[in-house]
Ligand binder design. Structure first.
Ligand code: GLN
Length: 271
């Protein structure tokens, strides 16, 4: 065999080897789940936005079997508007416990949390928040028949219900060391059931949710509004989601500017 044809053979084998190694590399990377698509790309490729919430927090999210996704309210209208703007379907994942939502987000089970979630320094460590879309405070709620507790000072030695892992719980931990006991519940509606059933003396909960439960036929009253100055935001992943956060901010900003956000809020809020 001539020398030149041997060189060609060696070169051919070398090229085949390089291509084979590259191919194996690509297969391995795919097999290991390397996925460098951004959060927004994943949603668009999937054709579906997956939103996590925790119903039982009226007027933001309430269970209703006849509603699309089984949940309705202010946050669900916001979720639908975001899905529509992105041109994808909406899937709602409802969790019975508000406190698991950030973990579900971190584990990639949901694309975002829309759940009346207050933007806090702690949560900013584990999630990326949109611009605020609602302002709230905390409220102290007791039974109408209770004339003893008129403000938070009257809670010394009392049992107070909160929604687990919420700013109501953090307010008590930081400011009311002298209560007898704090009882955490999975949802806001559970706290009102406990108060109605005389299992607790009071509730500390977000002011718009407390206001929603006040009516002539309900046994509850608000005795104090605690000005915590909280802002609700939409929580997204901190991992490769800059494009999603920017897009959501654009959509929410447009909704606020156009008055659509106000319309949604008044549609669901009791006057
Ligand atoms: N805004 C409160 C918080 O973020 C309560 C939210 C809720 O119970 N859904 O902690």
């Amino acid at each position: 065999m001539a020398k030149s044809s041997k060189t060609i053979q060696i070169a051919a084998v070398a090229i085949i080897a390089v291509v084979a190694i590259a191919a194996i590399g690509i297969v391995l990377m795919g097999g290991l789940g390397a996925d460098d698509r951004s959060a927004l790309e994943k949603i668009k490729d999937r054709g579906k936005l997956i939103v996590g919430t925790s119903a039982g927090f009226p007027p933001f999210e309430m269970l209703n079997t006849s509603a699309a996704g089984g949940v309705e309210g202010i946050d669900m209208d916001v979720a639908k508007a975001i899905a529509d703007s992105l041109g994808v379907e909406l899937e709602i994942k409802n969790y019975d416990d508000f406190s698991v939502l950030i973990t579900a987000l971190q584990n990639g089970k949901i694309d975002m949390v829309i759940a009346g979630m207050t933007i806090t320094d702690d949560r900013n460590e584990s999630a990326a928040f949109s611009m605020p879309y609602y302002k709230a405070d905390q409220a102290l709620v007791v039974l109408k028949s209770n004339s003893e507790i008129t403000n938070t000072t009257g809670l010394v030695g009392k049992t107070v219900a909160v929604n687990t892992g919420t700013t109501g719980q953090y307010y008590i931990e930081d400011n009311l060391p002298n209560i007898k006991e704090m009882k955490p519940f999975g949802t806001a509606s559970d706290t009102f059931q406990a108060l109605g059933g005389n299992k607790v003396d009071a509730i500390i909960i977000d002011s718009p949710v407390a206001a929603n439960y006040i009516s002539d036929s309900n046994p509850y009253k608000i005795v104090e509004t605690i000005e915590t100055n909280e802002f609700y935001g939409i929580a997204m992943s901190k991992n490769n989601a800059e494009d999603l956060v920017a897009e959501v901010n654009k959509i929410v900003g447009d909704m606020i500017e156009s008055g659509e956000m106000d319309d949604i809020i008044s549609k669901w809020s009791r006057a």
